[in-house]
Design a binder for this molecule. Structure first.
Ligand SMILES: [Zn+2]
Ligand SMILES: [Zn+2]
Length: 185
């Protein structure tokens, strides 16, 4: 069984639990939201069979129950058991937007108070720094159906970036899935 710990309040699924990360490898873990009580919890992923259980209401994700090996890429979601996941950078969008806006403000002030040429050079330097920082960010895998976020596992080469078409398909599946779970004892 996976011992979970309840997380902080969810503030939007895209930014959930993400951070501007360093390149060191994290221990394998997943953040999932319980489909029954909506508690967000962190689940450490150790080698062996997974049987995640909500720390709040005790809900068991029976559909997942796959064997985990943190040294190997994930091919199935540990929670809902589906194999459709996408890869994205482990990035907090609000923080990223704040950095971009601050950069523009600094460039604007330099242009205003100093001179234009320095401002333009600074813009290139900041763009290069942002590019490198983005490239260094770790990948996370996200399940289309249950939206669990996986960290610290090798990236599965079969997982692509976010696809709006697949998300639309899963939106409907997610409604059915959640209502099935609500009826389950
Ligand atoms: Zn729960
Ligand atoms: Zn899932």
């Amino acid at each position: 069984m996976i011992e979970a710990s309840a997380g902080s309040s969810p503030e939007g699924r895209a930014a959930r639990g993400s951070s501007v990360a360093t390149s060191a490898r994290l221990p394998a873990s997943a953040v999932a939201i319980c489909p029954r009580c909506e508690t967000e919890a962190l689940y450490p992923l150790a080698k062996g069979p997974a049987a995640p259980r909500c720390p709040e209401c005790g809900f068991e994700w029976r559909e997942g129950a796959v064997d985990i090996d943190p040294e190997r890429p994930l091919d199935r979601c540990v929670f809902c058991g589906r194999d459709e996941l996408y890869v994205q950078k482990d990035f907090n969008r609000q923080l990223g937007l704040g950095i971009v806006l601050t950069s523009f403000l600094i460039v604007f002030l330099v242009m205003l108070l100093h001179d234009h040429r320095t401002g333009i050079y600074l813009l290139f330097v900041l763009a290069a720094v942002d590019f490198v920082a983005y490239a260094l960010l770790r990948n996370v895998a996200v399940c289309y159906l249950c939206q669990s976020v996986y960290r610290g596992l090798p990236t599965n080469p079969e997982h692509r970036g976010f696809d709006l078409g697949l998300e639309e398909k899963h939106k409907r599946l997610r409604i059915d899935w959640t209502s099935q779970i609500a009826e389950r004892k």
